[in-house]
Design a protein around this ligand. Structure first.
Ligand code: SF4
Ligand code: SF4
Ligand code: SF4
Length: 372
């Protein structure tokens, strides 16, 4: 099996195909700290792409409550349990990826969720872990930073348009491809015969089977919008302004004024979801400040402490860039932070938008007071 370099695990790994990186790679950062679980993103995707017969159970974007929620149910627990213990040493993943741990005759270690696990997309919504102690009917322990003793948080999920997609690796029809111009991963609806090998192989369970057409479908990164320089529907609709879309380079080639490169590679405040699985996913998360660190490390890798520290005490440049989340429907190619403003540019270097880093304080004059 060929070897490819995966910067998220700091080593080479086995993958069924040679690694050819696209000219540009779709990437996004989701800030978990700011999500309000309104599901506007979920409905924006649903009302655009999955409202037909056979798509009733499909939520290409979903927001689930961790640690108990999952769509399909327990998708991550099941895959992690199959993989067994996962070990990191000095920032390098030394355990096996799902490609390296594939059973005999298969490309990927995976499983096919039964139908009932797709039935409750928001199971355990807003269900926290139990309070640590109960003393005479009173709860003990507090929800205070730095770590809440009882916790939950929202995890926003779309297809990661992985650099090394498991769905693509497993498809016997070669019906899945990665677009060279933007790295978007698509299922060719003509070639697919509905074997569901992609559903089985993707550890994030993003391909979904359509029983009406008998072929599989998945998030398409709203590519018709990307082609017009616009962000996806789920990103444009986000009420909490937690999402930023752009382009991501491998760490060695990071562009300092590209917003996603800056957040992921320079500030290192945004981390991939389950990097140890080996897919080099291209959606990144700013981890929740209050989450138990060991749980978050399993989910986002060893950079969690540093990312939370950086987010809690941002420097001026990071603070500026954080103001550009959700302020424009256009894809921000470059950004610049001045003493007072954060500025976004399009691919031609034209200014798209400029926002103040600190809102001005305006005191209502006495003649406009409601009460005297
Ligand atoms: S998240 Fe799953 S469906 Fe999306 S590209 Fe990666 S392996 Fe394929
Ligand atoms: S990128 Fe587009 S297709 Fe994918 S989840 Fe978001 S709205 Fe749906
Ligand atoms: S629209 Fe934004 S804030 Fe609302 S649930 Fe989705 S990601 Fe969270």
């Amino acid at each position: 099996m060929p070897k490819v370099y995966n910067w998220q695990i700091s080593r080479e790994m086995q993958y069924p195909y040679d690694g050819v990186r696209p000219k540009r790679q779709f990437g996004a950062v989701f800030n978990i700290n700011r999500c309000i679980n309104c599901q506007t993103c979920t409905m924006a995707c649903k009302s655009t792409w999955t409202f037909n017969k056979g798509q009733e159970h499909m939520w290409w974007n979903n927001v689930e409550t961790k640690p108990y929620g999952g769509y399909p149910q327990a998708w991550d627990v099941k895959t992690l349990s199959k993989l067994g213990p996962q070990r990191w040493e000095n920032g390098t993943y030394v355990g096996k990826t799902i490609f390296e741990d594939a059973p005999q005759g298969a490309m990927v270690l995976g499983y096919l969720p039964p139908d009932d696990e797709w039935r409750h997309p928001n199971i355990f919504e807003e269900t926290p872990t139990p309070y640590p102690q109960i003393d005479g009917g009173k709860t003990q322990g507090w929800s205070e930073l730095p770590v809440h003793q009882t916790f939950f948080f929202y995890l926003q999920r779309i297809c990661n348009h992985c650099t090394y997609p498991a769905c693509l690796a497993a498809c016997p029809r070669k019906a899945i491809y990665k677009r060279p111009e933007d790295g978007v991963v698509l299922i060719d609806q003509e070639r697919c015969r509905g074997y569901r090998k992609c559903v089985e192989a993707c550890p994030y369970k993003r391909p979904m089977y359509n029983p009406a057409t008998r072929i599989s479908e998945k998030c398409i990164a709203c590519y018709p919008r990307i082609e017009q320089g616009l962000v996806t529907r789920c990103i444009a609709a986000c009420v909490g302004k937690i999402r930023l879309q752009g382009w991501i380079k491998p760490r060695e080639e990071a562009i300092p004024d590209s917003p996603i490169d800056y957040l992921v590679h320079l500030a290192k405040v945004a981390l991939p979801l389950y990097p140890q699985l080996g897919l080099e996913p291209n959606v990144y998360y700013i981890p929740p400040r209050w989450g138990p660190r060991e749980y978050l490390k399993q989910m986002f890798g060893p950079g969690v402490e540093a990312a939370i520290e950086k987010y809690t005490h941002p420097d001026h440049e990071l603070l500026g860039l954080l103001q550009l989340f959700g302020v424009t429907q256009k894809i921000i190619e470059r950004f610049r932070v001045t003493d007072t403003d954060a500025i976004a540019y399009d691919k031609n270097g034209h200014e798209i938008i400029r926002v103040p880093i600190e809102d001005p304080v305006i005191v209502r004059p006495p003649q406009h007071f409601n009460t005297t």
